[in-house]
Write a new protein. Sequence first.
Length: 295
Amino acid sequence: MLISSTGEITPRIFFLGNLVQQVFLIRGRENALIDAGMSIGGPLILSDLKQYLGDENLLHWNLLTHSHFDHAGSTPYLKRKIPGLKIGASPVAGQIFQNPRAVELIRSLNQDLERAAHLEEDVTFTGIEVDRILKEGDILNLGEGAEIQVLATPGHTRCSISFYLPGDQAVFCAEAGGMPYGDGDIMPEFLASLPDYVKSLERLARLPVQYVGLAHGGIVAGDEARSYFSRSRDFTRSFQDEITDLFRKGRETREVVQALEERYYNSGKISQPYRAFMLNLEAMVKQVRELRKSD
């Protein structure tokens, strides 16, 4: 089952924003927001926090699954609005946020959307200072039964981590779990390492899961959640085979990317911004190409 409506998912978990700018609020004695969407989503997220917490200053944590522009974009805006907000991210993400070139790329990708949105409020991405480095095995106890376990799930990026709530059997993994599109298909997202990505999917598949908080598009629940990661692994293998087959036919890297762009993006089933999709697609094609060279 796909939950596509925002609001309460369990007494501890709330789906905020919208299907593109989705974030998750975890409530306890302290409250945590998982991810922060793109910069243009900042005002909407802030409004939702006021609705569900009564006072946005009751948000204590913003926990980031990884450093990409569409997951960390509005973190600086939220920090400006909630000065006491603490940011948690992986060690690698902490390093990335200190890299001026990485910060500029995040800012640039967000600005593409800001120009189109014509917002009255300044939502500019200005950089992130991480307050707590989150590593494999760390546990954040928010109180009132809200415990968040940190899982290292690299492969989508080097900095990808996932958050697991054992009490609710809910996992929030962003694109480390792939991206559903079309009629039940799952688009792979192995930008940094295909082997690590598959290992992360297999690890996530072993968790007792009732809810999978997607990167975009809602929440998968029930039987579909329990099979989600194994299905994502199977789609990943199929996608790898498709790329490999194109190379075997003598296609150059540019031609492989163009063929996949035509099949997937131009089908109209993927709503990701074009520039971001193409950066991701090129990274995945290069991953498969390099693996073929090493075989």
